[in-house]
Design a protein. Structure first.
Length: 530
């Protein structure tokens, strides 16, 4: 069986067939229009019919080989095959030079590159015999089968090119005497490319790029095309043209290239708008962080004075004041303390993004122990809370932020306890893969700054026996200033869990919770193994 794809004349063993096979190459003028066809190669059976040698035939044009009438007919027919890609079968009278007899030959003409392949029965019979069992007939049948397969491939390529939303142009290099690429000829293009170039296909095909698009040879894109053909290295770039933006993908194809082009004007516009929005958002966040930082420092000073003066009234002038005045002074002092805590929380939240402390090794068991002995000692002692932990990992993290994360979680577990019940809190850990984490919690690419070396995560669970909450409010509890209980029941400003969420996100992890009212809560922190 012959190969199904014909790339060159030599790809098919034509000399083993009794059929005559001739290859003609298109001859074009400076505008790319076909004016004639050169005979570039033919097999032995074809030579016998012509009665001439290869040197006498190769390089001759159709106009030199046949009468003017036949030449006009054949050039028009071959031009149609080249431009349409459709094979043509017809009969034509020709004098056989072996015996001088005028015979009708059945010719099959198919497109081959920028030319045609002509196949005809070169035996003494007008038409080939019906004896399909002969070796000669088998070879001729194989050739016809290869030609049919080639035509089917051409048809399929034509259909694919015309249904794709991408503009596709095949071009062949035009070289000067020294072999330097000086231009490209557009040998094939699809309808989308014709639409982009705003001309019918027949007015573009076989035209030089420099002729069709004046000044194109002086552009960066043209230089890139030459480099692709010379090096074989494909390129992709975005190019502005005629008020639009296009994405160009260029790959080498033979002594030429294939260019795939997509209009990305809208995408480019959206990207510019997104970049502008991101820039504005960045400036807004910077302004907000600056405001929070400055406001916290500026507000702390008058608060300290209010607290100092109210303390003086309470300690030095209490005997001189009646009970109602003393109550007012106490309320002033309490309000100042609450305001000071609020300012500190806002400052802590605003500084999570701006602080760039490096990741270090943190022993989580040791950290929990330190929190019990220092920051949480008073709360644990007053509430008679019981805190146990087991199998806690050593991980790489920002030490200050991780400390703040678990201090907030443990503080909440102690604070939101049921009345007449001592808090019981357990902290545990296990190793998970990304696939085992609840869907949607961890982004496809980690949001943290540190490099993740594998796809494993620590799940650190903080479980309590407290008041719990309705899970329909799960998303709310991690937002700033969101509270599920009144301040008269539990103090705080609704910032603690928002800080926890931002810290885990900063570390490329996530936080979630499960709970039922009156049944306690379990907060789960997922941190990547680094």
């Amino acid at each position: 069986m012959l190969p199904l794809q014909v790339n060159t004349f030599q790809d098919l063993d034509f000399n083993s067939s009794l059929n005559g096979v001739v290859n003609f190459q298109a001859k074009r003028n400076s505008d790319g229009q076909i004016t004639d066809f050169w005979l570039v190669m033919l097999n032995a059976p074809a030579l016998e019919v012509w009665g001439l040698s290869q040197p006498e035939l190769v390089g001759k044009s159709i106009s030199q080989l046949v009468s003017d009438t036949d030449a006009t007919y054949l050039i028009s027919l071959f031009d149609l095959v080249v431009s349409s890609g459709q094979a043509v079968q017809f009969k034509m009278g020709f004098t056989d030079q072996r015996d001088g007899v005028l015979r009708d030959y059945e010719l099959l003409v198919i497109k081959l590159h920028d030319g045609v392949l002509v196949n005809y029965d070169a035996s003494n019979n007008t038409l080939a015999t019906n004896d399909s069992s002969s070796p000669e007939r088998e070879k001729g049948g194989a050739l016809k089968e290869a030609e049919l397969a080639l035509q089917q491939q051409n048809d399929l390529l034509e259909q694919i090119m015309n249904i794709t939303p991408t503009a596709i142009v095949l071009s062949k290099s035009i070289r000067n005497e020294t072999g330097e690429i000086v231009d490209f000829r557009m040998t094939k293009l699809n309808q989308m490319a014709a639409d982009v170039l705003q001309n019918p296909i027949e007015k573009i095909q076989h035209r030089r790029i420099s002729k069709f698009i004046p000044g194109s040879r002086d552009t960066f894109l043209f230089a890139q095309c030459i480099e692709v053909v010379q090096t074989g290295k494909a390129v992709r770039l975005e190019v502005p043209w005629a008020g639009c933006w296009y994405d160009f993908a260029i790959v080498r194809f033979g002594d030429g290239m294939v260019v795939a082009v997509q209009d990305i004007t809208q995408m480019h516009k959206y990207r510019q708008e997104l970049e502008l929005t991101n820039l504005e958002l960045k400036h807004s966040n910077e302004n907000l962080r600056s405001f929070a930082f400055v406001a916290s420092h500026d507000l702390q000073e008058p608060l300290r004075k209010i607290a100092t003066f109210s303390s003086i009234l309470t300690t030095q002038y209490a005997p001189q004041l009646d009970s109602s005045v003393n109550d007012i002074v106490k309320r002033i002092n309490t309000a100042a303390e609450r305001m000071s805590l609020l300012i500190k929380d806002i400052l802590a939240y605003s500084q999570i993004e701006t602080r760039q402390e490096s990741m270090v090794v943190v022993n989580l068991a040791q950290l929990i122990g330190e929190l019990q002995e220092h920051e949480l000692w008073t709360a644990i002692h007053q509430s008679k809370a019981k805190l146990t932990s087991s199998d806690l990992p050593t991980l790489r993290a920002n030490p200050l932020q991780i400390r703040q994360l678990f201090q907030n979680l443990l503080s909440n577990a102690i604070k939101f306890s049921l009345k007449e019940t001592h808090p019981i809190i357990t902290v545990s850990s296990r190793l998970l893969t990304r696939a085992e984490i609840p869907t949607g919690l961890i982004p496809a690419s980690p949001a943290g700054k540190a490099k993740v070396v594998n796809d494993n995560f620590y799940e650190i669970a903080v479980a309590d026996n407290g008041i719990g909450f309705d899970e329909k409010n799960l998303n709310r509890i991690f937002q700033v200033f969101q509270r599920l209980n009144g301040r008269n029941q539990y103090d705080g400003f609704g910032i603690g869990l928002a800080i926890c969420h931002k810290i885990t996100e900063r570390h490329g992890g996530a936080i979630t919770a499960s709970s039922q009212p009156g049944q306690g809560s379990t907060f789960r922190v997922y941190l990547p193994v680094r």
